[in-house]
Design a binder for this molecule. Structure first.
Ligand code: PDD
Length: 287
C-alpha cells in the first residue's frame, strides 16, 4: 500500500500525470527513512533534512512534521514487514512544461514502503568491493533531490565492475559514495569528510559520529584526500538501508588487510545496540 496525494491505495493503482514535474524535470526531493519494529528511526532528523531539501529547491513543505509522522505511521501499519524502508517523495506538481516554477500548483506527495532487509551476513563477513570515480555531480549534493542521473550512472559503474559502490573523488578529495557516506580509518582514527554542499548530510553518518563521541573513539571530521582513501586501514560505508558496512577492496586492491577490520566490528555492534536501545524506548518520536 502506498500514499499518493491524500489517498492510500495499492501501488498498482497509483497513477501520476506525465506532466508531473518530477517526471519531466526531476523537480522534486525525497527521503529514505528506515523503520524498525514498525517505528521510524531518527524521524525528526529525516524530516529536518527533508525541510532542508525543500528549502534548497524553494518548494513549500506540504505537511507539518506531525502530519508527516501520521502519514508514515499509516503506511507502516498498512504494510506487513516489521522492518521497512519508507520512501517519501515530493515534486513541484503537474503543470504545462516550462522550466520556470508554475504558479498555484499543488505538489505531488508520494510515500511507499518496502521490506528492509539487513545486508547479507556473507557480505558483512567478507566486506564489500568498491571502485572510485570522479564526482561529476552538481554543487548542491546536500539536497536530496530526485534528479539522480549522475548517481545512477556512477553506481552502475560499480555494478559493471562487479562492485557494490562507487567512492567519489572531487578535486583530489573524497566526498561520499554514489548512494552512501564513506568513512576512512587510519591507525585507529576514524575520519569523516565535513558536511558541506558536496555531500548528502547522512543520517547514518551522524549516528556513527555521535557513537564515536559517546564512546570516546578517536575521530576527526576533516577533508580526506584521495591518497588517504587509498592508504586506509579500513573503509566504512553508511546509509539508512545498508547501515554500517565494511569496504575491503577498492579498485581491485585490498583495503588494509582485505578483511573487515576492528573499527567496523566496533561500529557494527554499537549501531545495532543503539538501534535496539532507541526502538526499545519505543516512542514513535513525534517531532
Ligand atoms: N541514499 N549519500 C548519498 C548520495 C545517498 O544517496 C545516501 C542514502 C547517503 C546516506 O544517507 P543516509 O544515511 O541518510 O541514508 C549518502 C538512500 C538510502 C537512497 O537513495 O536509497
Amino acid at each position: 500500500m502506498i500514499y499518493l496525494n491524500g489517498t492510500f491505495m495499492p501501488i498498482e493503482e497509483a497513477r501520476i500525470s506525465v506532466l508531473d514535474r518530477g517526471f519531466i524535470f526531476g523537480d522534486g526531493v525525497y527521503e529514505v527513512i528506515p523503520a524498525y519494529s514498525h517505528t521510524p528511526f531518527r524521524l525528526s532528523e529525516h524530516l529536518l533534512r527533508l525541510q532542508h531539501s525543500l528549502d534548497g529547491i524553494r518548494l513549500e513543505n506540504p505537511h507539518t512534521n506531525s502530519e508527516w509522522s501520521e502519514l508514515l505511521e499509516q503506511i507502516i501499519a498498512r504494510n506487513s514487514s516489521d522492518d521497512q524502508y519508507l520512501y517519501l517523495h515530493v515534486t513541484r506538481g503537474v503543470a504545462r512544461r516550462d522550466h520556470a516554477f508554475p504558479k498555484g500548483v499543488a505538489p505531488t506527495v508520494f510515500i511507499m514502503s518496502n521490506p528492509l532487509l539487513p545486508p547479507p551476513a556473507e557480505l558483512l563477513a567478507t566486506g564489500a568491493t568498491a571502485i572510485t570515480a570522479v564526482d561529476n555531480r552538481w554543487l548542491r549534493c546536500d539536497i536530496k533531490g530526485i534528479s539522480l542521473l549522475p548517481n545512477v550512472l556512477l553506481r552502475q559503474m560499480a555494478i559493471d565492475a562487479g562492485a557494490l559502490e562507487t567512492v567519489l573523488i572531487r578535486d583530489g578529495f573524497m566526498t561520499e559514495g554514489s548512494a552512501s557516506n564513506i568513512f576512512v580509518v587510519k591507525k585507529g582514527l576514524l575520519l569523516a569528510p565535513p558536511k558541506n554542499n558536496l555531500m548528502l548530510p547522512g543520517i547514518t553518518y551522524d549516528v556513527v559520529l555521535e557513537l564515536a563521541e559517546e564512546h570516546g573513539i578517536p575521530h576527526e571530521v576533516r577533508a580526506i584526500s584521495e591518497q588517504e582513501v587509498r592508504a586506509a586501514d579500513e573503509l566504512l560505508l553508511t546509509s539508512s538501508t545498508k547501515e554500517v558496512m565494511p569496504i575491503t577492496r577498492l579498485d581491485g586492491r585490498q583495503v588494509g588487510g582485505g578483511v573487515p577490520g576492528t573499527m567496523f566490528a566496533l561500529f557494527y555492534r554499537l549501531y545495532q545496540d543503539y538501534k535496539d536501545k532507541v526502538m526499545r524506548r519505543g516512542a514513535v518520536h513525534t517531532p
